[in-house]
Structure formats: C-alpha cells, structure tokens
Design a protein around this ligand. Structure first.
Ligand code: FRU
Length: 448
C-alpha cells in the first residue's frame, strides 16, 4: 500500500512504513550519530519488535539504514549501544514467550557490528538473565563505560508490582555482576519502570526513567505513562544513588515517552518517542505510526533539568517568513513546517490559536496570568504547568506536518504534542496584546 503523505513529518525521524516506538542505541560511531528504534515494519500497529536504524552527521539530517535487528526466538526490545574495540555493540532485551506463567521472559542480548550497518547477534546470548528477585520483567538496558567497567541500568519491578531499576557492571559486556537498586517505587510511582538512563550533569547524577501508570495528581502525570527524573548523587564505591529531589516530569505534552540520552561533545543530548501507549495514532490509517521528537540538550539549572533544542536545529531554517509585531488577530501561515518564536508581556494573557488552514488539528497555547500556567489545549484535552521564567520570557515553537513542540524560556517547561491539521498551519494571535515574533520556514531533513 502507498503511504499517505498528509501527516508525514519533514524533520522528525519516523518509520519509513509501519510502527515506531522507543529510541534505542543512540550512539556515535565512526563520525556519525546512530539512532535505532523499536520498529514493526509489517503493520502500523505494534508487533514483534525489530530495530530500525538511521544515522546523521549533525543530529538534524537523517538517512535511512537497513533494519539492524530482526526477531528470531526473541523479540528485540529496547536497549542501548556502546563502542568497544572499534566495534559498535548493541545491548538489548530479548523478550521470549514461554509456556509457563507469566508466559514471557526478558533477558539481555548483545549484537555487534564492525561497520555500523550490518549487525550479528552474539553466539553466547543471553549474557544477562538474573534479577535479584526473579522478576521476568527485566528490560531496556542503558549501558555506559566508566573507568575499567561497563555499567548498565535496567528496568524491572518488585514482586508486588512496584517499579524499580537495577544496576549491574561487567568487565567485558559478557559477564555481569549485580550491584544495587538505583531506585524503587514506594507504591505511588507506577508498577513498572521502563527505559532507565543514568548520567552525570553538572556534578549531579540524573536518574531518568519512564514509570508506567502513575495516578494523575492535579496537572501532573496526566498521560497513560510518564517520563521524568530524580536528581541525586552517586558513588562508584558503594553504588548507592542518594536522591536529592522528587520525581519531576521532563515534558508536559500529550505524547512523550521512553527517553534515551547520549553525551555529544560534552553535552547531554536527549531523544524521546514522540508518542504514547494506548492513545489514538491517527496516522496509522496512512500506513505508518510513531515518530521521534527533535533532539534536545539538557542542562541543570535551579534544581531542575531543562531541555532545549540542539543548536544545530537552526540549520533547518530556510527563510524568515515573519519578523516584527504580531498584532492582535494577526495570522502567520506555515507551509507544513515552521519555527515560531514569540514574546509577550507576561502581565497580560497570551493566546495562540494553531490549526490547519482547512481546519482540523486545533491546539490552543496560552499563558494564563491568573494561574501563572502555560496551557496546551488540544481540542479540550488540556496539559498545563506553572512557569517561572528562569531568564528568557519567550516561547519557541516547532511545527511539523503533525506535531507541535513548545519550549518555554530556557526549556524549563516543555510540551510535546502530536496534532493533525488539515492542510498547512495557521497561527492566529488571540492575545489581548501584540507579540514580538519571528518565524522561519524549516526544510525537510529526513527521508520521504
Ligand atoms: C517502552 C517499552 C519498553 C520495551 C519496548 C517494547 O515503551 O514498553 O519497555 O522494551 O517498549 O517495544
């Protein structure tokens, strides 16, 4: 069947056909960034997992590579990558179906490549198959090297269904030793912790993970599942992570899950699935579903992790389509894609109505002076969060054929939301004030 192009994203990584979920194996090998992803090529719904593969010189322009991993007796669930002796090594979860309850088992597998394109699975798989409590939920290894050892954090749960994350180490990626529990839910923090990540940022350790099924609390945890972080400190002698913050969501939009980071030129760069479980994916009728967010750089400011688009994103700008005073009821139109930066007087309300030029895909973005909240209202389905600008008072918005990403200030509040317009984008200033605005057209940077 032909892919219907109406919602195809122009500068976000998406599957050529079929289904995509989590980013995997985000790494740098022989002069290129590599990104893999959970992929089912034969249907636009989830199925036995493969690893799709793209590469990029700059985190903005992406090229399609052959499917890296194909399921055999194991489905190829999420994982990560590390370079060892000039070989790109993938460490992923092999999920097998069994005859006995709970009818599945998850263990960790290796696959290797000399050229970064063709991968072969290690003969001695699985290399890591024990959880301290025997839980079969054991997935999404995130590996890194520190001094003489490889370390990995892996998602799991307690036997009474509380999410937890385990830390192991290995001298060679084959023999693994259990070290500690990095974190564990007290009960309110979800029944399973997926896609953990663990890294240093400005002298602190950030424990980033995706807890499944936290109950909504006011504006928080309104999605089916969440993604967020705990700031703390970590000691490579005791393997103990000491939390110094609560759990904070890292993105407040409707569609954001299962992050993965990599260090690039000393910066911590993040990518996430621009999607969510158990919600409609309207593009699935068009033969594909799911996408990645744009790449973001993390920082730690005033006890929170901020997230802003990577600098290289400006390479997408082709022309300035608007610059100056965006008047009340003024309209800025974008041909499918665009970047819009606006700044208003925060002592008055701000409201932008964004929708398709032929209707559909309506989303209203607001600053509410009563509540001091930024609101992203997608046809009545509201996500909102308090915003105290750290430094900059502007909003930076990225529109693609079926998506909106909003970065407030320095990225202290971010919303990623899929939205499906009919035609091109039309942005109307519904604020009771003119806004300072600049708008750019953005070019295509991913394969058709
Ligand atoms: C997260 C997740 C992972 C798993 C993968 C399967 O979205 O559920 O825990 O490895 O997706 O596709």
């Amino acid at each position: 069947a032909e892919i219907n192009p109406r919602y195809r994203l122009q500068y976000h990584v998406a599957p050529p056909v079929g289904w995509m979920n989590d980013p995997n194996g985000f790494s740098y090998f022989r002069g290129e960034h590599h990104l893999f992803y959970q992929f089912y090529p034969y249907d636009s719904q989830w199925g036995p997992m493969h690893w799709g593969h793209v590469s990029s010189p700059n985190l903005v322009d992406w090229k399609q590579l052959p499917t890296a991993l194909v399921p055999e007796k194991e489905m190829c669930f999420s994982g990560s990558a590390v370079v060892k002796d000039d070989t790109l090594v993938l460490l992923y979860t092999g999920r097998e179906t069994t005859d006995v309850e709970p009818f599945f088992n998850e263990t960790q597998y290796l696959a290797l490549s000399d050229d970064g394109i063709k991968f072969h699975k290690y003969e001695g798989n699985p290399v890591l198959s024990f959880t301290p409590n025997g839980s079969p939920d054991f997935r999404d290894p995130k590996v890194w090297k520190y001094e003489h050892y490889y370390y990995v954090v892996i998602g799991s749960k307690t036997l009474d269904e509380r999410g937890r994350v385990l830390l192991y180490r290995s001298p060679d990626l084959v023999k693994w030793e259990f070290l500690s529990v990095i974190g564990e839910s007290t009960g309110e923090m979800g029944y399973m912790w997926e896609c953990p990540d663990f890294f240093e940022l400005k002298g602190k350790h950030i424990f980033l993970f995706s807890p499944q099924g936290m109950e909504p609390q006011g504006d928080r945890y309104k999605n089916t599942h969440q993604t967020g972080y705990i700031i703390g400190s970590f000691n490579y002698e005791t393997y103990e992570f000491v939390p110094e913050s609560d759990f904070q969501e890292i993105d407040f939009g409707h569609d954001f899950y299962a992050t993965q980071t990599n260090e690039v030129d000393g910066k911590r760069i993040l990518i996430a699935w621009f999607g969510m479980w158990d919600v409609p994916h309207p593009e699935e009728v068009d033969g594909w579903a799911g996408a990645m967010t744009i790449f973001r750089e993390l920082d730690l400011v005033a006890n929170r992790v901020t997230m802003k688009p990577v600098d290289a994103i400006t390479e997408l700008r082709t022309e300035t389509v608007f610059e100056g005073e965006f008047l009340e009821d003024g309209v800025i139109e974008f041909e499918k894609t665009g970047e819009l930066i606006v700044k208003g007087d925060l002592s008055k309300n701000i409201e932008l109505e964004i929708k398709g030029s032929n209707g559909g895909g309506q989303v209203v973005v607001r600053w509410d002076i009563e509540t001091r909240k930024v609101v992203v209202d997608r046809e009545g389905d509201v996500r909102q969060m308090e915003w105290l600008p750290l430094k900059s008072e502007s909003w930076r918005m990225f529109l693609d054929s079926s998506s909106l990403e909003l970065f407030c200030g320095e990225g202290e509040v971010v919303f990623s939301t899929r939205v499906y317009p009919d035609g091109d984008w039309r942005v109307t200033n519904r604020s009771p004030q003119p806004l300072d605005a600049v708008a750019y057209k953005l070019r295509r940077s991913v394969p058709e």
